[in-house]
Design a protein around this ligand. Sequence first.
Ligand code: ZN
Length: 459
Amino acid sequence: MTNLISRKVTYNNPAFEKMSEEEMKEHQFFLLIDQLKYICRNSEYYSNLFKQHDIKISGIRTFEDYFNLPIFLDKERERISQNESLEKWGHPFGIHLCSSPDDIVFTGTTSGTSGQPTFTYTFTQQDLHFMNQFISHMLSYGRVMKGDRVLFAHALGIYATSSIIQGIKYHGALPIDVDIRNGSESIINYARLTKPTALMTTPSLAEYLIEKYREIYDRPISDLGIQAIFTVGEVGIGIPEVKNRIEKEFGCRVYDYLGEIGFSCDSDEYHGVHCSSPELGTFPNELIDPHTLEPLEISDGVIGEIVITEFHLKALPRIRYRSGDLVQVFTAPCPGCGFTGRRVKMIGRSDDMIIVKGTNVYPTAIKEVITEFMPDVTGEMRIVLNNPPPRIVPPLLIKIEHRKGITKQELDKLDRAIKRTLHERLRVTPEFEWVQAGSIDRSLHKTPVFEKRYEEGMQ
Ligand SMILES: [Zn+2]
């Protein structure tokens, strides 16, 4: 018998609480067909694609039929589509745009780490209103109320996270949107001045702020009185040590969220993002094997790459869109709160997956093992690549920071213990390159997974 120790996450729409899984699937299927008809009527890109592949909407009778269709869009094709619309109509949203460009009121891009940004998060007023309700639902769960202030610490501009600010306003709270590019001291300063109830940020920035606050005030950051933290964009709090540290230092619960998809529950242990918005789309039921691109059957614990199909959205709904993100899906009820819907844990980018002697290895899994050895290690690490991924010529080399003042004897023992655990859990036998605490670069942005030494040689 599961002992429910935390508040149960509910679906955004109470109607879903009363539906059986079969009824929910039926409802989603109706939304899917409605959306497919809409995109074919309103976008040249999709109507051509359906003709090219001889896809008839009337022939799609089940989700299985649909999941076996080819991928419609990925980052690369999105860029090509954007270039085409720029040339043809002078707007950057792509020929897969399904609304009039005149109806667009918001656009957000991914941070564009590689090449030309894509305007994936582009909304009409109706879209924005639809998306806002999911953010509001999450804020309610975190007990953020009307009149509360929410410190929003991300790189500002036309980024994906900027749409979240709209959701905070819709909820009736006041976003204090500080740009992280002004540095951590400025963020702390704003927090001291505005006394926010909640903080929305990345896990690595939350950890960075902990260190910075101690450096300036020689005290824990719980001084700020923040009552809830919402993190996004990294694996972060899926690692128990990271979650525990943030919660202990800030003195409050940290929730992880995945855009409008859902959020993690109020449990000491992390049980993944609870997918509380089934009317948003097919996520996370549409998974593929990143190598074969074959659809995967959804069973408890399955790992695969996300393919997204969004319902309801009018401007740029993602339709059989390959995102490049890997997730692990859980179908069993949440052991923490009893939520019965799907839960997901971010595993990383498909590009981050490495292959060591034929075994798929996820850097997150390695980090998870290494952080278990804190405080003998700091938790900072990099996988050193002497050749371009994914295939690693053994041995796998990992650079790890050990704590200050460790003796040679203690380090040898630690080295053996971590290697043994990595071998037992992940069947890898790595070599370690030990470095002093603080010698690996900390980042205000996403923490890199790899140190690409092969690139140094090329410069
Ligand atoms: Zn839960």
